[in-house]
Design a binder for this molecule. Structure first.
Ligand code: SF4
Ligand code: SF4
Ligand code: SF4
Length: 353
């Protein structure tokens, strides 16, 4: 019988259900890890991620998880990036599958480099993890998005996709053995990320925090960029559609959306957003949208908030509650619904009837 533990493990691989977006909002449909797993070892059970025994600890799914819910015990991808001093990231070298890194790792790495870094995907075509090119294409997409950001920042160094293999590795061992050897090599007692993580706000993934911190050292003035990507996304709220119900604020897992004390304004901190789309999915009015325009990197790096929507609060003549007013009506939209039916006098005092 299947049992859904909060933390599920198979050998060195762990799924932390407490961090997974599916635990934050029941209707969340995040499938990123399921879609990329080459072994179909992640499935859905009771609308949560379930780890099957068939998992081979390849680490392919790790990089795409927006909340760092997935980890290989013996390989810390953040630590690997922090200590990286070579010219190439390659699964033939000391990394596990290159798909364990995402744009946050790459951008963090490139902001401290004064040289190009190669990402070796020359092994992907013959790799049994790369079914239907899903793994290879996701690596290419993350590299391209990182390069787009570097270009916007006028950084000349780039990530180079290395497609030609000059290593003649004919002694291809089983994936499992290869990964175990690679991870053993990486494991050491001076895990920088673990030390940093002890002091961090765990709602925001460490890879994003490290990237933002690197960006703080780099940017001086506000740099506004516009580019299609999946890791720094702006939000907008359509004033005409929004009812100020604040469900988006309530369910945002990272508190990227907040409200002020009088609840007439919704703010957004782009640096805290993990692009889970829960806010978009939950909004009944379709009022909240993603935008690739006018992304302030200063706002992103320093967690500065911007106002998404602001209402004028009025006192409803009928229920006497404050409500967000958009027109000249003097009753709130809830009382408005009861107009003309049997509840019309619900809040009228007996003496006034
Ligand atoms: S990618 Fe991460 S957040 Fe999304 S379902 Fe998988 S474990 Fe959960
Ligand atoms: S954006 Fe949507 S969910 Fe958020 S307060 Fe407005 S109507 Fe509600
Ligand atoms: S603002 Fe929306 S997309 Fe960003 S973390 Fe919050 S709920 Fe997710």
């Amino acid at each position: 019988m299947k049992i859904l533990d909060f933390v599920q493990s198979k050998d060195f691989f762990t799924v932390n259900g407490l961090k997974c977006l599916r635990g934050d909002y029941f209707h969340n449909q995040c499938n990123l890890c399921i879609d990329i797993c080459p072994n179909n070892s992640l499935t859905i059970f009771k609308n949560k991620i379930y780890l099957e025994d068939s998992c081979i600890n390849c680490g392919v799914c790790i990089g795409g998880c927006p909340t760092e819910s997935l980890m290989i015990e013996t390989f810390d991808e953040n630590d690997y990036i922090l200590k990286f001093e070579k010219d190439t990231i390659s699964c033939k070298d000391d990394a596990i599958c290159v798909a364990c890194f995402d744009q946050n790792h790459y951008a963090n790495l490139m902001l401290k480099q004064d040289k190009d870094i190669s990402i070796n995907i020359s092994n992907c075509d013959n790799c049994e993890l790369n079914k239907e090119d899903i793994v290879k294409n996701s690596i290419i997409n993350r590299v391209n998005e990182t390069n787009s950001l570097l270009e916007k920042l006028d950084i000349k160094n780039k990530l180079i996709l290395k497609t030609d293999s000059n290593t003649n590795d004919t002694s291809r061992r089983g994936i499992f053995t290869k990964i175990l050897n690679a991870t053993k090599q990486i494991k050491d007692d001076s895990n920088l990320t673990k030390k940093i993580e002890e002091k961090l706000d765990k709602k925001i993934p460490t890879k994003k925090l490290l990237f933002k911190n690197r960006l703080k050292e780099f940017i001086q003035d506000d740099t506004i960029v516009s580019f299609e990507n999946s890791f720094i996304i702006n939000k907008t709220i359509d004033y005409d559609k929004c009812t100020n119900c604040k469900e988006c604020v309530q369910f945002c897992p990272t508190e990227a959306l907040t409200k002020n004390s009088v609840e007439d304004t919704i703010y957004f901190q782009i640096g805290k957003c993990v692009n889970c789309n829960i806010c978009n999915d939950i909004c009944k009015e379709n009022a909240i949208n993603n935008s690739f325009e006018d992304i302030s990197l200063l706002d992103f790096a320093f967690d500065r908030a911007k106002e998404l929507v602001k209402f004028e609060l009025k006192l409803c003549k009928r229920c006497k509650c404050a409500y967000p007013s958009k027109d000249n009506r003097d009753i709130c939209h809830i009382c408005d619904r009861f107009e003309g039916d049997e509840f019309a006098n619900l809040f009228v005092m007996q003496k006034d009837l």
